[in-house]
Design a binder for this molecule. Structure first.
Ligand code: V47
Length: 393
């Protein structure tokens, strides 16, 4: 920590955060009341400073990234969530479903250095259970070395329903077909009030948490998320984080927390809402780091935070930038102005300019390459990512 505790507490007392620096220094768990105070305080810089201290204690000067690709295999969806600009009904303009052969081709033509494919999509029962096994097999046969991180809890819930088999049996079959871990989406915000208002067809919070618990107990790692900036209250955000933290106490199955800032463009009913401001995005990262004391990593998902905010987030609680990414559709359909991908060299630059050392990780945070002593990729960044453009995201 840069400032002594008494100086931090003096400042915290003026911004409604009294006692929080002391708890953070003592590694004492923050309460829901602390969580609410952190959302209500106007001192985002103090939250960032405290979160940075925790992040440095946990990860030192390392900032992780991975080389990954996205395959959004279909936008057919019957959940009709008000926040989603990606969904289509089959036959509608822009609707698509990738065949297993197309998934194979996408993997074959992808960046050969990619160590992970991230596959999330819509929910459509007529796809049938075998389709999911086939796209996993297609991905693995195109790139046997790649880690397949696929299917949010919402997709898994649907797959289990289609399979008409007990969860462990379905997980056996998905693993056999190539599944290695699961991403964190589909949780949105756990509030039943918001669910009824904006995504009543989506599985309940209890369903999501119970399924994640079953999957962790089976042995898969997953991530966790919160989609914020819709109509949820600050209390509902804190409650969401509390429920994630309680599940993590039981299973230790979450690897990383990713706060997902809502992007309103082209959404069915929420396009009038503003995008969370840069300081709200940074606040969400910092609170994630401080409140979720049992989740090892916090990801600054640059695709949706914007590049400049993601880079700043590395100094306010985040230790991971996600990846090089290519062909992401969920946020770009909702108006994200970030580029479709970054090169390894561009990511190295962002990380080094933020005062950290780039470490390329695998999906399970195994170190693939540590660039502490520099690397030719540092010199190979091409043009600097357009920070001015990303400020408008
Ligand atoms: O569940 C959908 C969100 C999620 C919008 O685990 C939106 O590493 C903002 O799971 N504005 C899917 N968010 C994405 C996901 C994910 C993303 C990055 C990393 C990881 C990981 C997982 O995207 C959905 C929903 O919460 N979403 N529409 C929107 N308009």
């Amino acid at each position: 920590m840069q400032l002594p505790l008494d100086a931090l507490e003096a400042r915290a007392a003026r911004s409604g955060l009294a006692g929080i620096p002391t708890k953070v220094f003592a590694q004492e768990r923050l309460s829901p009341a602390d969580g609410l105070a952190m959302y209500q305080s106007d001192d985002v810089a103090l939250l960032g400073m405290l979160a940075h201290g925790v992040r440095r204690r946990m990860h030192g000067d390392v900032a992780y990234y991975n080389v990954n690709i996205h395959v959004n295999y279909t936008n057919w969806c019957n959940q009709f969530c008000d926040f989603c600009a990606f969904q289509r009904r089959p036959g509608e303009d822009g609707a698509y479903r990738m065949s297993p052969e197309q998934v194979y081709d996408a993997l074959q033509s992808a960046n050969p250095e990619a160590s992970e494919v991230h596959m999330v999509a819509g929910v459509w029962p007529a796809l049938g259970y075998d389709y999911f096994l086939e796209i996993l097999r297609a991905a693995k046969s195109a790139r046997p070395d790649i880690h397949v991180k696929a299917f949010t809890m919402v997709e898994i819930d649907e797959i289990v329903r289609l399979a008409k088999k007990p969860l462990p049996e379905v997980l056996d079959e998905l693993r056999e077909a190539g599944l290695d871990s699961m991403p964190g989406g589909g949780a949105e915000v756990f509030s039943e009030r918001v669910r009824q208002e904006l995504y009543p067809r989506k599985m309940s919070a209890e369903g999501w948490l119970e399924l994640a618990q079953g999957i962790h107990e089976y042995g898969f790692k997953t991530n966790c998320t919160m989609l914020y900036g819709m109509t949820e209250t600050l209390e509902e955000r804190v409650d969401h984080l509390r429920r994630l933290r309680e599940l993590q106490d039981r299973t230790n199955g979450f690897q990383t927390y990713i706060p997902l800032a809502f992007h309103p463009d082209n959404t069915p009913a929420l396009s009038h809402l503003p995008i969370p401001s840069p300081s709200e995005r940074l606040r969400s990262v910092a609170i994630g780091r401080l409140f979720l004391d049992n989740v090892p990593h916090v990801k600054a998902y640059w695709i949706m935070l914007g590049i400049a905010v993601a880079q700043t987030a590395l100094q306010m609680g985040a230790d991971d930038l996600d990846g090089t990414v290519s062909q992401e559709k969920v946020y770009h359909d909702a108006g994200a102005q970030t580029p479709q991908q970054m090169t390894r060299g561009q990511i190295h630059r962002l990380i080094r300019d933020s005062g950290h050392v780039p470490v390329e990780r695998g999906t399970l945070y195994e170190v693939r390459r540590d660039f502490r002593d520099g690397d030719p990729a540092d010199l190979d960044g091409g043009p600097r990512p357009d920070l001015a453009q990303s400020l408008t995201v």
